[in-house]
Ligand binder design. Structure first.
Ligand code: ADP
Length: 515
């Protein structure tokens, strides 16, 4: 039987689809099973139907997004929004609630402005990292953007979800500079100075005046963002990607502390990464499961003189860590063709195009992975303790472990990646069980992840229980006030409307919805 929104009759669903089709046109609305299948979470068991969509709608303008939200509010239809839906490992394009209608913003993909003077762009939600990186090159290369490893995801979706990159502007959520949002009642809100028509400082001074509400739309379900200012960087005179090698936990403690010093004193301005169980073999980085080898990367940006000085400081500080070895190359800041390795390219804003040939991945086309990424203070001992604890968790379960540690100056993400075969139900269940166990054991140690898979959102929200769960209660109050029908991404980050599941009329349509 075709999937429908929860508690919704066939007639009501047909009336909802009719309302959306009237506003968007027939090409933009589909219930075709093959199309719906393309929007399932690729890292769940192949036969798992817990998160199937009932329909996909593809608005191309803000007004069309408003029309979809208006119809959803009338008929109590839960929506889930994606920019590109490449949020793999956190749920991909899939919704929290089975039967949701997907609002795919893939086609809403214009770069509305490139502001060279002030170093920001204005984008629609479907713009991919690769689109933005290429557009900035085509614009003359004066500006460049931080990117994640792969260029196929959306700038906005990744940033709203707290995604990370490896350049100086690698905290992607922090680059959001003025949002336009369709609220659950279909009204349109602009944050900060966007609320003041004609104010030219909207994207240059994103907080505006008064309470700053932009953050309410991150990892949340209070609205659908249809446009955003986004900060980018000026192209530096020179760029120096650096490679660090070391072994064992003692050196890890020293490297994490040394990198903190270099970051907090402004010598290293990007987001360095340290990869576990990787060896240099003939100059190539080779993943070597079980090995105590680490390879780190960071980069320096600026004038040649500042890079020379920075390298001298970095060599002195990292040289004090026994066994740590640093290798650096210096390129002209605009030399993007000379960068041959992924680690050189990604720190300079050039993403990889795809994950790699499926034939070379574990389990081939059925390859799936789950990343558990707790946040710990960037103190060598704290990071290493978390690393050891997590490594022991995977070793006890004989699960593969790869990934590494992303350094953010004051805190670090200890990213543990495990692989499994998504066509194997038992193996997939083991991976998800391990993830749920890690959530609990880490929470008991005072640690939570920076972002999580759909399966664990409720569990993590359940640990935010300070002050009689004041924070979840605050968010729940907002949710009920803004979205009493619970139509926007119910369950995202464990935020549910009080009246969920919202009863829908069993037959026919509500008269008020025929507008
Ligand atoms: P990407 O393709 O960049 O990896 P997604 O499109 O999957 O990212 O978006 C990641 C998450 O961010 C989604 O699951 C959704 O919860 C949220 N999201 C994406 N786009 C929007 C948007 N325009 N407005 C509100 N939330 C969004």
């Amino acid at each position: 039987m075709a999937t429908r929104p929860p508690d919704m009759s066939e007639d009501s669903f047909a009336a909802f689809l009719g309302a959306v089709t009237a506003a968007l046109g027939p090409e933009a609305v589909t219930t075709d099973p093959a199309t719906l299948q393309r929007f399932r979470d690729p890292y769940t068991y192949r036969e798992d139907d817990r998160r199937d969509y009932s329909a996909v709608v593809s608005p191309v303008t803000t007004e069309e997004v408003q029309a979809v939200v208006r119809a959803a509010a009338c008929f109590a239809v839960p929506l889930w929004t994606i920019g590109q839906g490449r949020n793999n490992t956190y749920g991909g394009p899939a919704p929290r609630v089975k039967g949701s209608v997907l609002v795919s913003l893939r086609e809403m993909n214009r770069i509305l402005e490139i502001n060279r003077e002030l170093a920001y762009v204005v984008i629609e939600p479907g713009v991919r990292w690769s689109d933005l990186a290429q557009a900035l090159v085509a614009d003359g290369g004066h500006l460049w953007t931080s990117v994640p490893d792969l260029g196929w995801g959306s700038v906005l979706g990744n940033s709203l979800d707290g995604g990370v990159g490896y350049a100086p502007l690698g905290d992607h959520a922090a680059n959001l500079a003025g949002l336009e949002v369709v609220l659950p009642d279909a009204s349109l809100l602009r944050t900060g100075y966007g609320a003041h028509p004609g104010n030219a400082a909207w994207h240059a001074a994103p907080r505006g005046v008064g309470p700053s509400v932009g953050g309410l739309f991150l990892q949340s379900n209070f609205g659908i963002v249809t446009r955003a200012g986004y900060l980018v960087s000026r192209t530096p005179e020179a760029y120096a990607p650096c490679q660090l090698t070391f072994r064992g936990y003692d050196a890890l403690v020293g490297v994490v502390d040394a990198m903190r010093d270099l970051m907090l004193t402004g010598v290293v301005t990007n987001y360095p990464a340290l990869f576990r169980s990787v060896e240099l073999v003939g100059g190539e980085q080779v993943m070597t499961p079980g090995s105590d080898g680490w390879i780190g990367r960071f980069a320096l940006y600026g004038s040649r003189a500042s890079i020379d000085a920075g390298l001298q400081t970095a060599r002195a500080r990292l040289g004090a860590v026994a066994g740590a070895d640093l290798d650096a190359s210096v390129f002209a800041g605009d030399d993007v063709t000379g960068l041959t390795r992924h680690d050189q390219r990604v720190q300079r804003g050039i993403p990889a195009t795809e994950l790699g040939d499926p034939e070379h991945l574990p389990f081939g086309p059925n390859f799936a992975h789950l990343d558990f990424s707790p946040v710990v203070p960037q103190l060598g001992l704290a990071v290493t303790a978390a690393e050891q604890f997590i490594a022991a968790h995977y070793a006890e379960r004989r699960l593969p472990l790869s990934g590494g540690i992303l350094l953010r100056g004051r805190n670090a993400l200890v990213i543990s990646t495990t692989f499994f075969d998504a066509s194997d139900e038992a193996m997939t269940a083991v991976a998800y069980r391990s993830y749920a166990q890690l959530v609990e054991t880490c929470a008991a140690r005072g640690i939570l992840p920076y972002r999580t898979n759909l399966d664990s959102m409720d569990a993590i929200a359940g640990h935010l229980d300070f002050g009689d769960s004041a924070l979840p209660r605050f968010l729940g109050t907002l949710k009920d006030a803004l979205d009493p029908g619970g139509i926007i991404q119910p369950g995202k980050s464990g935020i549910w409307p009080a009246r969920w599941p919202q009863p829908a009329p069993s037959t026919g349509t509500r008269p008020s919805c025929r507008r």
